[in-house]
Design a protein around this ligand. Structure first.
Ligand code: SAH
Length: 362
């Protein structure tokens, strides 16, 4: 594995801006995160204590196990198809998909029927996934577009927040698009006339006052539309867990994280994780408009509680020593407490129209 060149994403951005002018926030995010060979995700493993951020599957095995139970429940609702696609978007270190089958052991036919398909752009993370998940002989994809047809259960944890957003800012002269330009040796925020994505603004954005920012994520909307189209033909459902408000809202949610601390998105381009809040309501609307059902969003806390996380924690604690018992209690608190990940993090499912109920969304 080649070590990422610390300055290459930033240099590439500067050259690009010098040649053709300021880039939109969306183009900035795309270049900084996923440009092949230089983007943040394209070149490294950003996860864990030594990395830049930590995610629910890395906090506790309970998370992946409960998602595994959710998948088994959905598979049975779909009539136990054999074979079926079990797909994950942005599997990270493969931890969720390593933990999920433990819970799925209750249903051996599920384990025999699944065909694991992983959508991942990061070469280093693909290598880790290959190691962790070799028992399932996964197939990798760069994009959902190449997932084979057939019944599908798809999971995406902290995937949508990494997709590029456009930011529009209301000014005294109407909407402008936020962009990144050159300032001497570095980068600076600037404005451009709004691009065509302005037409995707939500009703909640209409009462914006000067200074307010509205965010639109066309990549997530296209994904919701594509999944809805697919579920109209082939049965299945997609479960997304991520963070963002329950209803579309104004506000600047672009954030950079490096070494578990807030970083400057412009200074650390290519070296820091960049994320934005997910507009769950916009995705649910896009799915419904294209013929699918949408469930949620519900808070991650209530979702995991409905799936039985407290029972699972008690079972694990009963077998553990005092130190592990404290760690299990701490992980449970982190995953479900409203002030931790229980409320800002949410679950949303996009489902084939014949599915009238899904576990965790009552
Ligand atoms: N789901 C994992 C990792 C979350 S981090 C977890 O919860 O721990 C985001 C993941 O999405 C990483 O695996 C990253 O490499 C991948 N990723 C980011 N942008 C992507 C894109 N455009 N297409 C495919 N994978 C992407």
């Amino acid at each position: 594995m080649s070590t990422p060149d610390s300055s290459s994403a930033l240099d590439h951005l500067k050259r690009r801006i010098a040649e053709s002018g300021p880039v939109t926030v969306a183009e900035f995010m795309r270049l900084a995160l996923s440009e092949p060979g230089i983007g943040y995700y394209a070149t490294r493993d950003p996860l864990g204590a030594a990395g830049d951020f930590i995610t629910a599957p890395e906090i506790s095995q309970m998370f992946g196990e409960l998602i595994g139970l959710w998948c088994v429940d959905l598979w049975e609702r779909l009539g136990s198809p054999d074979p079926f696609l079990l797909a994950e978007l942005g599997p990270g270190r493969g931890t969720l998909m390593a933990d999920a089958p433990r819970a799925a052991r209750v249903q051996p036919a599920f384990l025999r029927a699944l065909r694991l398909n992983l959508v991942e752009i990061s070469r280093p993370l693909r290598a880790q996934q290959a190691q962790r998940l070799s028992a399932f002989a996964p197939t990798w994809h760069d994009d959902v577009a190449t997932l084979p047809a057939g019944p599908m259960i798809l999971i995406g944890n902290e995937f949508l927040d990494a997709l590029p957003i456009h930011q529009f800012q209301m000014t005294e002269n109407g909407w402008r698009e936020r962009a990144v330009g050159l300032a001497g040796d570095g980068l600076e925020w600037t404005m451009l006339p709004p691009g065509p994505e302005l037409s995707l603004l939500r009703p909640e954005h209409r009462n914006a006052k000067p200074g307010d920012i509205a965010e639109i994520c066309p990549a997530a909307l296209s994904l919701a539309e594509a999944l809805a189209g697919r579920f109209a033909r082939d049965p299945g459902a997609a479960l997304f867990l991520d963070y963002g408000p329950a209803r579309s809202a104004l506000g600047d949610s672009l954030q950079a994280l490096r070494g578990h601390r807030a970083a400057d998105p412009l200074l650390d381009a290519g070296q820091a994780d960049l994320t934005a809040h997910v507009d769950f309501a916009a995705l649910a609307d896009a799915a419904r408009k294209n013929g699918a059902g949408a469930f949620g969003p519900v808070g991650q806390g209530p979702f995991l509680q409905a799936l039985g996380i407290e029972r699972r924690a008690a079972m694990l604690a009963a077998k553990a020593g005092p130190e592990d018992r404290a760690a299990i209690a701490a992980a449970l608190h982190r995953l479900i407490a409203p002030a931790q990940m229980g409320s800002l993090f949410k679950a949303l499912a996009i489902a084939a129209p014949q599915l009238t109920e899904l576990a965790g969304f009552s």
